[in-house]
Ligand binder design. Structure first.
Ligand code: GDP
Ligand code: MN
Length: 378
C-alpha cells in the first residue's frame, strides 16, 4: 500500500479547496452580472423589513399619482350670496382631497352666476370649474300642480312651525335635487357625482379616489350621516311609495334594503334617511328606469309642493327599494360636518388623518340611524 507523506498531502488539499471554491462560485447568484436578489442583501446593509413594520401600503405609490380617473365631478347647487361660505368649503375640500386628484366642479344655480362668484371660486382650484343655469322647467311648478292649493298648504305649514314650512324656493330646491340635477346638460358627461354645499366642512385627509372606489366595487350610493326625518314634512310620502311599489313590482328586487327604511317589512316608513347634503353616487342609478319612474310618480302626486318632501328621504327610500346592501357604502373615513351634525370617525387608525373631535360624532346619538344600518348590514 503506497504511503502518502505529509509533504505530498498539501498540494492535494489545496487543489481540493480550490475545486470546491470554483463549484461554489458557479452555483452562487453573485457569478451573474444581474443585481443580487433582495433576499441576499449586500454586507452591512440592514434589509428594510427588519427596520420597518411589514406594511406593504407604505411602499406603494400614492393613489393620486395613478392617472386613472373616474368620469366624475363635484356638483354644487348654490346661490351667488353663499360665495363666502362656499369658499371655505372648497378650500377644505381642496386641501383634504382634490388638490391631489383634480376632479372638476359643476356649480348650478336658478339665477346666472356673477363674474365675482366665478372668479373667486375658480381661483381656489387647479381643476376645471363649470357654471350652469338651471332650466325653468326644472325649477318651477309643473302644470298639474294646483298653485292656490299649494300656497294655502304652504302657509299653513309655516304657521305650524315646520322647518322651511312656508318656503317655496326650498321646495323647488328639493324637487330639483330629487329629480333633475343629474339631467342638467353640464352633468351628462359624468358617471359619478359628489354633492357639496356651502358651509360644510371636511376634516380628514383622503388619500385614495372615492369615485374609483365606487366604480371598482360596484357601489351606487355613498353616505356619511344618517338621521330621522321630520314626519310633518312627508305625511303621505310612504303611502305614495307603497302605491308605486304595487304598480311597479318589476322594479323592486327581492334582495333590497327595505329593512333599513322600515321596521315592519314595508308597512310604514321609519323616517331613516341619508343626509343628502353629502352624497357620492353613481349617476346611472339616478338616471335608471326605476329611479326615473319613482321620481315621476312622486312628482305627479304633488307632495313636493302640497307637503315638503325632501330630496334626502326621496333618495334614501329609492336606495332602500332598489339597491342591495353591497351597493351602498358608508364613508366612515370622510370626516364631515353640515351644522349641526358631524360625522367624525372614532377609530384611532382613521383619526390619524383627521382633526375633528370624535366626541362630537353624531353616529350613535338618538336621532342617528347608524344602529339601524349596522343591524341591517352586519
Ligand atoms: P338645508 O341644508 O336643508 O338647510 O338647506 P340649504 O339652505 O343648505 O339648501 C340646500 C342646498 O341648496 C344648498 O347647497 C343651497 O345653496 C342650495 N339652495 C337652496 N335654496 C336655493 C335657491 O333658492 N337657489 C339656489 N341657487 N340654491 C339654493
Ligand atoms: Mn344645507
Amino acid at each position: 500500500m503506497p504511503v502518502i507523506s505529509s509533504t505530498q498531502r498539501k498540494p492535494i488539499l489545496v487543489s481540493l479547496v480550490v475545486f470546491i471554491l470554483v463549484i461554489v462560485f458557479f452555483l452562487s447568484p453573485y457569478q451573474s452580472t444581474s443585481i443580487a436578489p433582495s433576499s441576499v442583501p449586500p454586507k452591512n446593509v440592514v434589509p428594510h423589513e427588519f427596520v420597518m413594520p411589514p406594511d406593504e401600503e407604505q411602499f406603494k405609490e400614492p393613489a393620486w399619482k395613478n392617472t386613472t380617473r373616474a368620469k366624475a365631478a363635484f356638483v354644487i347647487l348654490t346661490r351667488n350670496s353663499e360665495l363666502d361660505d362656499l369658499r371655505k368649503t372648497i378650500q377644505q375640500l381642496e386641501a383634504r382631497f382634490n388638490s391631489k386628484f383634480n376632479y372638476p366642479y359643476v356649480f348650478l344655480n336658478d339665477e346666472p352666476f356673477t363674474d365675482e362668484f366665478k372668479e373667486l371660486t375658480s381661483g381656489l382650484t387647479k381643476a376645471e370649474t363649470k357654471y350652469g343655469l338651471i332650466p325653468q322647467e326644472h325649477w318651477g311648478y309643473p302644470e298639474w300642480i294646483d298653485v292656490e292649493k299649494a300656497d294655502k298648504l304652504r302657509h299653513k305649514m309655516g304657521k305650524d312651525g315646520i322647518l322651511y314650512g312656508d318656503n317655496l324656493s326650498y321646495r323647488h330646491m328639493c324637487r330639483f335635487e330629487s329629480g333633475f340635477f343629474f339631467r342638467h346638460p353640464l352633468m351628462l358627461e359624468y358617471e359619478f357625482y359628489w354633492r357639496v354645499e356651502p358651509s360644510v366642512e371636511f376634516f380628514c385627509d383622503l388619500d385614495y379616489d372615492p369615485f374609483l372606489y365606487m366604480k371598482e366595487n360596484n357601489k351606487k350610493y355613498g353616505w356619511t350621516i344618517s338621521l330621522l326625518e321630520y314626519e310633518s314634512t312627508i305625511p303621505t310620502l310612504w303611502e305614495t311609495t307603497k302605491k308605486f311599489m304595487k304598480e311597479y313590482p318589476q322594479y323592486i328586487p327581492e334582495n333590497n334594503l327595505i329593512d333599513l327604511i322600515s321596521n315592519n317589512g314595508g308597512g310604514s316608513y321609519n323616517l331613516c334617511h341619508f343626509w343628502s347634503n353629502f352624497e357620492i353616487g353613481d349617476l346611472k342609478f339616478l338616471r335608471s328606469p326605476e329611479y326615473t319612474a319613482y321620481f315621476e310618480y312622486l312628482d305627479r302626486a304633488g307632495g313636493f309642493f302640497y307637503e315638503r318632501w325632501g330630496d334626502a328621504p326621496v333618495h334614501s327610500i329609492a336606495v332602500g327599494m332598489f339597491l342591495n346592501q353591497s351597493e351602498v357604502h358608508f364613508f366612515n373615513d370622510i370626516g364631515y360636518k353640515h351644522a349641526p351634525f358631524m360625522h367624525c370617525p372614532i377609530s384611532r387608525e382613521l383619526q390619524k388623518k383627521c382633526h375633528c373631535d370624535a366626541g362630537e360624532n353624531f353616529d350613535f346619538t338618538e336621532s342617528s340611524c347608524m344602529r339601524k344600518w349596522i343591524s341591517v348590514t352586519e
